[in-house]
Design a protein around this ligand. Structure first.
Ligand code: SIN
Length: 289
């Protein structure tokens, strides 16, 4: 097995493994440690069935079933192929989307931080990918925190923020949700803005997503201004990697130390990604107030 950093900011490519064949205990320990160290791993050229993908993902912890919170998906997208596997796709069959997120841009986010216990990790497999576009970007939130100027750090290190649950990262209102008119009252979960990672004990900036975020106990205008400064800063080139998909790619990221987003793509191209998500654990503050 060879593990090669993707760039100085985030991610590593793992070569010399066949995920379909499964990893022995020693190989899995190395992969797991590389995932914690590099925040995101890429495996190229894999050929997986849904069962093989879910078996790989389940090595990282219990899987979460599809949330079914998006409108107009065929059944609970993914359930037909394998329990606990979701589909991300723009393909429409019989008038229904076969998966989530369509062909538009998905904003920067960590997965489901609007829950008290967000997932630990997510896995994506490129089953069918377009010839160009639909790049997926990742940002390293350990690095963003480590390099953050001291004046900005001091403004957030004891603070908590509200992570709103109303919209998907593609900007679609979730089933049963109402438009947000006041971010201070929006539904969601409150998390420390700087967490102590439960496995590595490293400190990481934890922002979730920009849409409808609110920094608790601040004036609304001050919260908005500070969030804008933080988001401008943390998705800079010094912290990011842009993934250009090939069929057979598998990505796994640590949801506690990363953000990700996706570029829009040509709607005439088909894109079908298979996705698994691993259940999380509580996220402690790095700086108890
Ligand atoms: C996601 O945000 O989980 C999906 C990213 C992608 O479609 O590349």
């Amino acid at each position: 097995m060879q593990i090669t950093p993707l760039n100085a900011a985030i991610g590593a490519q793992v070569d010399g493994v066949d995920l379909a064949a499964g990893l022995d205990a020693e190989a899995f320990t190395a992969v797991r440690q590389a995932w914690l160290d590099h925040c995101m791993l890429l495996f190229r050229g894999q050929t997986l069935t849904p069962e093989q993908l879910t078996a790989f993902a389940a090595r990282f912890g219990p899987l979460e079933p599809p949330p079914g919170s998006e409108k107009d998906l065929r059944a609970d997208s993914g359930a037909d192929e394998a329990k606990d596997m979701w589909i991300i796709s723009n393909v429409i069959e019989d008038g229904k989307a076969i998966g989530a997120l369509g062909d538009g841009e998905a904003e920067w986010h960590s997965d489901m931080t609007y829950l008290d216990i967000p997932p630990t990790a997510s896995v994506l497999y490129g089953h069918e990918v377009p010839p160009y576009g639909a790049n997926t970007w990742f940002a390293n939130m350990y690095r963003a925190w480590d390099k953050m100027p001291a004046d900005l750090r001091s403004e957030i290190d004891h603070r908590r923020a509200l992570h709103n649950s109303s919209y998907t990262s593609a900007g679609e209102l979730r089933k049963g949700m109402a438009d947000v008119t006041d971010v201070r009252q929006a539904p969601g979960a409150v998390h420390p803005m700087v967490i102590e990672h439960p496995e590595t004990s490293r400190e990481a900036l934890f922002l979730g997503r920009r849409t409808n975020a609110y920094i608790k106990d601040m004036e609304l205008a001050d919260s908005e201004a500070l969030l804008d400064r933080l988001w401008d800063y943390c998705i800079g080139a010094d912290f990011t990697y842009t993934h250009n998909w090939q069929p057979g790619d598998v990505l796994i990221w640590d949801n506690r130390s990363t953000l990700h987003r996706r570029d829009a793509f040509d709607p005439s191209h088909r894109r079908i990604l298979w996705r698994c998500q691993i259940s999380g654990s509580a996220l402690p503050s790095a700086h108890a107030a």
